[in-house]
Ligand binder design. Structure first.
Ligand code: UDP
Length: 253
C-alpha cells in the first residue's frame, strides 16, 4: 500500500499531502511542549480534543466570514485544510496581562488591558520567537504594510469572535496566538487564518474561579491538562461522539 507523504512535522502536529492539490491533512499529536520544547510530555487525548476544538473555532470563523484554512474534519485526529504559505510570524492578541507581557512590563497577571493589544513574534525556535515590531517585519520583507493591516484586522475579528464564545460559557479569553498564511487565487493573494486555534495557543481562565483551562496547566504544573481541555470542550458542547480517549480507568471495588 502506498504510504502518504509527510510534508512537515512540528511539535504538536504533522502535515501530510492532501487528496487534492492545494490541500493538506493536519494530524494532531498528543505531544505537549513548553519553554521552546525544554519541557515535553505526551498527554493522552490532547490531539483528539484540539482537533475537535480547532474545528469548532475555525468553522465558526468561516461561517462569519473570517477566512481560515479549515475545510473539514476527517477523523478523530485529522482534518483537511487548505495549503497556505505561512507568514513567519506568531500573531498574539491580548485582552488581559499575562505571560511574557506581564513579565516584560512588570504588570500583575490578570490586569485588564485598556484595549486589545496585537503583537508579532518572529517564528524562529533557535532565537526563541523574539518579539518584533512592524518596522522589522517590513524591513525584512516578512510582510508588507498592507499585509500587516490585514493581519491586525483578522486578529481582532478572531479576538471578538472567540471572546464572545468564551464569555458565553463563563471563560475569559486572556490572550491567544494565531498564524496566518497566504493563498493565491489567480493573480490575487489573500490572507487566511491557519495552523490551529485550541487551548494550546490560548489563555483561558474560568470567570468565577480563575481556574486555568489552557496550556499553562502544563507549563506551570497545575494539574491534568486533558481534564482542563475536556472542560473547555464540554462547556462549548464540543464533545467527541465516540469518546476522546481521555477516559481514565476507574477502580472497581
Ligand atoms: N503562544 C503560543 N505559542 C508560542 C508562544 C505563545 O501559542 O510559541 C500563546 C500562549 O499560549 C498565549 C499567548 O500566545 O496564549 C501569549 O503568550 P506569551 O507571549 O505570554 O508567552 P508565554 O508566556 O507563553 O511564553
Amino acid at each position: 500500500m502506498a504510504r502518504r507523504k509527510k510534508v512537515y512535522e512540528g511539535k504538536a502536529k504533522i502535515l501530510y499531502e492532501g487528496p487534492e492539490p492545494g490541500t493538506l491533512v493536519q494530524y494532531f499529536k498528543d505531544d505537549a511542549t513548553a519553554f521552546n520544547a525544554e519541557k515535553r510530555a505526551t498527554i493522552d487525548g490532547k490531539g483528539v480534543l484540539n482537533n475537535r476544538l480547532s474545528e469548532f473555532f475555525m468553522s465558526g470563523l468561516n461561517a462569519i466570514g473570517v477566512p481560515t484554512h479549515f475545510i473539514r474534519r476527517i477523523n478523530m485526529r485529522e482534518q483537511l485544510i487548505r495549503a497556505v504559505e505561512i507568514i513567519p510570524l506568531e500573531v498574539v492578541v491580548r485582552n488581559v496581562a499575562a505571560g511574557s507581557l506581564a513579565k516584560r512590563l512588570g504588570l500583575e497577571e490578570g490586569t485588564a488591558l485598556p484595549r486589545p493589544i496585537v503583537e508579532f513574534y518572529f517564528k524562529n525556535d533557535e532565537l526563541g520567537d523574539p518579539l518584533v515590531s512592524e518596522e522589522h517585519i517590513i524591513a525584512f520583507g516578512w510582510a508588507s504594510q498592507q499585509d500587516l493591516d490585514d493581519m491586525v484586522a483578522l486578529a481582532l475579528r478572531v479576538n471578538d469572535f472567540l471572546s464572545g464564545l468564551m464569555l458565553g460559557v463563563g471563560i475569559r479569553l486572556v490572550d491567544f496566538k494565531i498564524e496566518i498564511g497566504r493563498i493565491w487565487e489567480g493573480d490575487f493573494m489573500r490572507l487566511i487564518v491557519a495552523d490551529e486555534i485550541s487551548p494550546d495557543s490560548c489563555r483561558l481562565w474560568d470567570i468565577e474561579t480563575g481556574r486555568k483551562l489552557d496550556k499553562d496547566v502544563f507549563r506551570r504544573d497545575l494539574g491534568d491538562l486533558a481534564d482542563a481541555y475536556t472542560e473547555v470542550a464540554r462547556r462549548l458542547g464540543v464533545m467527541p461522539s465516540n469518546g476522546t480517549g481521555v477516559q481514565k480507568p476507574t477502580l472497581i471495588n
